[in-house]
Design a protein around this ligand. Sequence first.
Ligand SMILES: [Zn+2]
Ligand SMILES: [Zn+2]
Length: 556
Amino acid sequence: MTEKILIAVAWPYANGFLHLGHIAGSELPADIFARYHRTRGDEVLMVSGSDQHGTPITLKAEEEGKTPAEIVARYHALHLDAWSKLGISYDLYTSTGTANHAAVTHDIFLTLLKKGFIYKSSMSQPYCPKCQRFLPDRYVEGVCPHCHFADARGDQCDQCGKPLNAAELVAPRCRTCATAPEFRESEHFFLKLTAFQQQLEAWITKQTHWRQNVLNFSLGYLAEGLKDRPITRDINWGITVPVPGFESKRIYVWFEAVIGYLSASKEWAAGTPNPEAWRTFWQGEARSYYFLGKDNIVFHSIIWPAMLMGYGGLNLPADVPANEFLTFESKKGSKSHNWAVWVPDYTARYDPDPLRYFAAANMPETSDADFSWHEFIRRNNDELVATYGNLVNRVLTFAYRNFEGLVPQPGEIDVVDRSLLERSEGTLDAVGRLLHDCHFREAIRTAMSLAQEANRFLDEKSPWKTIKIDRGTAATALWVAIAVISDLKTMLYPFLPFSSQKVHEYLGFSGTVEAGGWKTDRPVPGQKMVSPQPLFAKIDEKLAEEETARLGQGAP
Ligand SMILES: [Zn+2]
Ligand SMILES: [Zn+2]
């Protein structure tokens, strides 16, 4: 039975380059999941976009002496380029700057207001007497009241991940001039999260299939007791507040960014023959999966579900497979210290599949994982090239040269052949089940173990030797190896889409791997092959030193 799957990926801010942590943490697992489900024949909608609002954008604009609009235009274009070069296959990658997104946000705001889940209240807001303005979230810094981190921001603590209000910070200071702010009264709207405490507890307790880190964080957060949160700010960049008297204020970015999943789905549907098609992915039996980093869990497991519960009629998340962080050479990635590997730097020098392989095999699913250039090159050379690339290359090249460019005709299948063919089919099923449950790292390891098994089979059968004495035996061994390679290109397709499509064509198949379906697809003996080229290239180990030295150098 086909499934209806919404794949919602956390919206990156359009205020800087993306780094490999973004890719390994949310973009790549989402893309793997989407490609798997599309190959299965499921209906998939994968959406996200650039977050154009909030203080990360205005701060960057002030730093560079540009307008927020100039900043977001530049980085949105770079994000789109990154998806195209890395093969992140969005059905729609939009931005929060569209009229559609503003309209959908206003609808949710006004509906929650009418139902009493949003209310107006006065709150004390930090005001910098020197800068003569209110200081929204990131414009204030101070000590985290929970973990005592010295540089917590007025919206969230980066060390313990807890969302904060500026008033909770110990020893607050203006980010621009370091003056201690004074607190002045300002009228704002609040989301009544307290109204959803019990409903959320009952719902999350039932999500036993969620990752342990996501469950623990969410239940721990609920156990502390929810607090109502302000959803408007004294700022002039963002979505307007659809209520008279609030013209000088804007909707807080955390409230509207999560609405982006819905507005992007509606924007996608508006571009199809059926503008109501978004309902397929938000109502009924559709399942929604949210891909994000651990610093974003609370917004997707608690706050967005509360908004959906209040609004009514739309599905709650089926799963929130949040990842931990990717560190770089064992140090936490940092934009301000330029400590990360930036996507434009990577894509300028290397192919997408080796990165996709590394990030999937080393995905930070249950704990932080590390990127180092030595390890990246080792995995490329020892695993991708030596185990999988060489298997494909030596079998296809040998078959192509010795059998007139046709898939060889096998003779009698013996017990060793049959055992490998059965293992291949079983592995395709196993990888599918693992992907279905969002176990990406185990899925790619399982697929690679089949490639190792095929190499052992070839060492035993040695068709390169037997061909001189018994052409039929060699043909059988090659056909079996080709059949396994055909399964491998399917099960590795979600991870390595570029090279899988090449293998598909070398084997003489037409169309796409995706259209071929998640099933064993044995090349027919006599099928015309295409002259194969090596799938991957070895990377010189000396480059590791050079690349490592670039970390932290210059402006990203
Ligand atoms: Zn903290
Ligand atoms: Zn100031």
